[in-house]
Design a binder for this molecule. Sequence first.
Ligand code: MRU
Length: 360
Amino acid sequence: METVGINGADNVSLSKDGKKVRIIDQTLLPGKEEYLELETLEELYDAIFELKVRGAPAIGICAGFGIYILANKSEAKDFEPFYAEFVKNKEHLNSSRPTAVNLSWALNRMERVVTENKDLPVDTIKALLRQECIRIQEEDIEMCKRISEYGLSVLKDGWGILTHCNAGPLATSKYGTALGPLFLGKERGMNFKVFADETRPLLQGARLTAYELDKAGIDVSLICDNMASLVMKNGWINACFVGCDRIAANGDTANKIGTSGVAVLAKYYGIPFYVLGPSSTIDLECKTGEDIEIELRDAEEIRSKFYKEPMTPDGVRCYNPAFDVTDHTLITGIVTEGGICYPPFTESLEKVGGEAGRKK
Ligand code: MRU
């Protein structure tokens, strides 16, 4: 499978000198393909908070690289001050976005490398951290490949697919999750008709999903979020494929705001609704969606962003949750690198998510 992000380049990587994290600035797409090199704690925090790097797996990968470059710069010679600095950086990065569990998952993995090797010299720990963040990215690439294969196995040539937000190469490291099967199918000569929800308010569907699919030569039509019911009613959608930010033990799934509405509609029209994501997105410590923290973002994202002038009178209150939770009863299957989980999710997720949970 050759589809590898934008222009074949990694969207998150370590810079050549290994001292910076290199990302494509997703806020500038599709107009500009510009790369940034992040060097400081604040630059890393801001890049995640401002969605310059976004998508649950990509955030985790960026945080892994980030905590490594910060640790590598530490001048501490002894373990205690080195670890204290590490924890401070980790906590700050971890507070940049609350919903995608991949962020804390990757940071916790990096922390374990430090604590499990505390008797080794600090320089050795730094070298081990470098290996671990590269491993997190390599594993993500492998997981996305497998998710793409499993996802493709439930699709038929010529089908209409509706997707929400962006779960493509930009949101991961390569290939993507919800979009991965579509790229893979294309490589194998299959044709899909994809409907991409624009995904208000930050337009990940319009700016990123339409961009990635169009680049790959996949038939994509952009629709506003409120058009999903109509295209389903018209009989144009055979399956919905979406990504995920955190999956609770019972299958309740947090994903970009608007996802649960798509799932409700799909149920009404009898269309299968699949969630695709790596096992690192399964959080068995959250028993249900009630336990998932939903990020609230600035009102200006609704009021004025992307408009010449504010689109509502001054003083009007805006409610801007970045995610919602799709109830597990609306989900046909959850596609992971370990296979497709079907209801009852409490059992099927435990099988593939158990290991990821233990690694937390
Ligand atoms: O706010 P975002 O753009 O980071 O939200 C991203 C999503 O909701 C994606 O669907 C999810 O992270 C899966 S990415 C493979």
